[in-house]
Design a protein around this ligand. Sequence first.
Ligand code: GLA
Ligand code: ZN
Length: 669
Amino acid sequence: MYVGADYYPEHWPRERWEVDAKLMQEAGFNVVRLAEFAWVNMEPMEGCFEFDWLDEALAILHKHDISALLCTPTAVMPAWVARKYPETLAMLPTGKRITWGVRKNNCFTSGAYRLLSERITRAMATHFADTPNLIGWQTDNEFGHPVCCCDTCRADFQDWVRAKYGTLEELNRRWGTHFWGHKYTTWGEIQIPAPSGTAWRLAGADHLGTHNPSLCLDYQRYCSHLNVRFQRDQVRILRELCPDHFTTHNFMGAFSDLNYYDLAEDLDLVSWDNYPVWDRPAISYGSAAAADVMRGLKRKNFWIMEQTAGPGGWSVFGRNPRPGEIRKIAYQQLAHGADGQVWFRWRTCTAGREQYWHGLLGHDGKPLRRYREAAQTAKEYHKLAPELEGTTIKAEVAIVYDYETIWALRIQPGFPGNTYHEAMQRYYNALFRAGVNADMIKPTEDLSQYRVVIAPDLFILPDDLAKRLTDYVSGGGVLLTDCRSGVKDETNLCHDRTLPGLLTEALGIVIEEYEAMGDGVEYTVVGKQAIEGQYAAVKYVDWTTPKDAEVLASFEQWHLESFAAATRNRFGKGSAYYVGAVVSEPAFYDQLIADVLKAGGVSPVLAPPEGVEVSVREGAGKKLLFLVNHTEERQQVSVPSGKPELLSGETTSETVTLDAYGVAVIKLE
Ligand code: GLA
Ligand code: ZN
C-alpha cells in the first residue's frame, strides 16, 4: 500500500528537504511523485543534463524510507525549446502559435518535440535506472491538450485518414460528403475541423463547430491517437532501460477528449487525479463513477496520483475540506479499488500560478490539521493493507462506457445539455443509492459475465454490438438502454432504419418519431407496475410504441397517450428495458433500477441511508464492506452483525454509527 504526496523539492531550499522527508515519514507516507514539470531543471541547456539535485532529494527521501515515482517532464517545455524550435509550439485555429509559458504548449507531430522528449526520457531513464527507492514512472502530465492546427498536423491527419480508408471513394462514402457538396477530389483538400471538447474550447474554436460530423469524429480519434503515440514513444524507452519500474499516467477521471482505453493499454497501471471539493458539500457520485471508469480501463485496481489536500484554484480558490473530508475522499477511492493514494500537493507553493492550490501544508510549511488528517489516513491504510491485498470490486452490473459515443454526442448532442455523462449518471446514481457496485466496460467486453448491462445513450451502435446485446438478452441477460441509442453507425452517419434499429426485437418497441423540448416544457410521466408516482419528462422524449414490451410508465399529454415513457420486454431468457424520456426526479430512476436489479437477481449487501455509500472489495478469500458517509449528519447503518470493523477493532452489532464524513470497513469474510 503506497500513500504519500506530490512533492516539488525544486520549489524549496535544500535545508528544507530533510524536514519534509522527516514529516512525511512521521505521517506514515512511503511514496512521493517528483519532477513533473522539472525539464529545465534537468536539462538547462540543450543536451546538458543536471540530475545532481534530484539524486540528492531522492537520497534524502530514501533515508526516510520513502519511495518515488519520477515523471517524464514533457508537459512543460523549457523556454529554450520554444526559442530554438518554434515549430514545437502548437498552432491555434487563428494560425498563430501558442505563446510559450503556461503548460501543454506542444504540437504532437513536431519531429523536434518528439526527439527532444525522447532524449530527456532516455537521459532520465539511464541516469535513474538503479536508484534504489525509485519504483515507477509517470508519463507527462494529464494528456489531452492542446490540439494543433499547424501544417504538419494537417498533413499527418490526411495520412492517417488515407491509411484508414484507403481510397478517396471510400472516404467520401463513409463521411457522406455528397451533402453540401463536400466531396474531396484529393487527400490534400482535407481540413482540420472543429471537434467539440474542452481542448477546443480552450483553443477558442467553438465557432468552427459545424463541420461534417463524420470528419469531426475521425479528427477526435486522430487527436487521441497523437497522444497515445507520444506516450508510447516514452514507454518504450522506460521499459527498455528500467524494466523493474512500473509505468503509469495521471488520468483525469471523466475527462474524455482522449480514448483512455487506448492510453491505458501501453501502461502497467492507471492512476488518476481526483479533485471533488468544489462548491457546496455534496454526495460524490461523480468521483465514484470516475473511479469505476479508471478501474475499467485496464480492468484492475488503480492509484490516485493527485487528490484534494486543501482549497484549490489558480486565481480564486474554493472551499477548504472540512474536518474528516480529506479522509472520506480517500476512503471512497479505496473502496472503489485505489491501491495507492497520493495527495496534491505536499506544501502550498509561494510562487507561480498555483499559489492558491493548497497542499497538506500551507505556505508556512507547518504540519497542521490537513497534514494530521492525511497522516491518520495513511496509518489506517497501512493497518488495512494485509486485508486489502488481492481484493477488488467484483460487480454484477456493467455500464457500457464508450468514447466514440461520448464524442459523437458532443459533436451533435441532439438536445441541449445531452451528454453521455449526464445520461449515465442518472442510472449510476440510482445504483449508488441502492448500494450496488458497477463496472464501466468497453462495448467489446464479454457481456455474459454480468447479470445486468446498462447502456445509456448508446448513440453509436455498430451492427455487431447490436447483435451482441441482443444475444446477451436472449441468453438470459438484463439490458437497460435509453434515448438516442442506436442512432449512428461507426462513421457517424445515421442508420437508415426505424429506431431502435437492430435492437427493435430485443426491446419489443418501435420509435417512429421523437422530439426535443424547449426549456420550461414538461410532459407528465405516470408510473405503472414497478414504478409508482408521477414525474416530469424534460428536454427530450421518444414517441415509443410498445409492441411486445410491457409499459412501465406512460405520458399524460393527449398527443403522447399511445406512447410509452419506459418499457420492459421479456426476450428469450432475459429482459430488455427502454427509457424514452429524460425524467427530472431521481425517485423515478430508483424504482426503475430496483426492478432491473430484481430482474437480474442482483441484491445489495445492505440498503444504505441516503448519502452513505456502500462498496465491496473481495478476492483471495476475503470480503470487505466499505461504508462512506458523504453527509455531515451522523448516520445509522444496518449491517451484518458479529463482524470485525477493522478501523475501530470492534465487532459489529446490528447497526454501525458513522459520524459526519465517517467511514467503516467491515470484514464480511
Ligand atoms: C492538475 C495537475 C497538477 C496541478 C493540479 C492543480 O491536476 O496535474 O499539476 O496543476 O491540476 O491545478
Ligand atoms: Zn501541429
